[in-house]
Design a protein. Sequence first.
Length: 297
Amino acid sequence: MHADWIAVDWGTSNLRAWAIQEGAAVAEAASDKGMGVLAPDAFEPALLEVIGPWLGAEPVRVVASGMVGARQGWQEAPYVTVPCAPTGARAVRPDVADPRLDVTILPGLAQDNPADVMRGEETQIAGYLAVDPGFDGIICLPGTHTKWVHVSAGEVVSFRTFMTGELFALLSTASVLRHSVGKGWDDKAFAEAVDDAMGKPEAIAARLFALRAEALLADLGEGTATARLSGLLIGAELAAARAYWLGQRIVLVGEDRQVSHYAKALASLGAVAESADATQATLAGLAAAHARLQEQS
């Protein structure tokens, strides 16, 4: 099976690729060789390990987005400054040794004030706009570094990044709270914590330690503590991002569990959020970028 072209989502931790034939993904493959574990000369071999079976004698175009284009990646694809379309400019083509490869790396987006950057999320935004080109509102992409993105007239106008997912990981595995959180979940505790953080975001550091204290003094369950920790962090984020979501049309693009948490938190504040599948958005965004590259060829 030879692909017409190949779509690649290459992040810090993982590499995902799809073989595209006649506009549809007909095969998928992945590896744990993300940008974070590769030297510059190891990217091409890592890619070939995944997509080798899909290559024929002639060069196949590979369209890649994500951290593969970071300064520490295969080749840096300089950021494009907003306001701008989410994809379509300043892609780069790294040198390759294998004549079967024709690789293009898409750039990320940057914002000067306040300073902010994204790599990979812009492709999902482009994918959502390919389905709903008239969208005007906010696209939120929950994750390790959650993005709140204002989109209008087909362009990314502004965005803000929150390290909520990374803070949750650090606090739950590398802080004193690691002794209190664990398996399980409590929807009521999550909702109460969101409300608590929204009402008094300045008190979050004290609220966080209270999780440990209550575990010691009142045998707070691990599931309840985990839900409260998540709710406190997401609630503080929503308090800071109020200007983005209040009174706006909101679409959540991300992993199902994270999207569910954000949707419930927003609903408790009277904001209704739509959702879109992250993988489908990624593929649609890479397909839109591939179509533009074909037009420019």
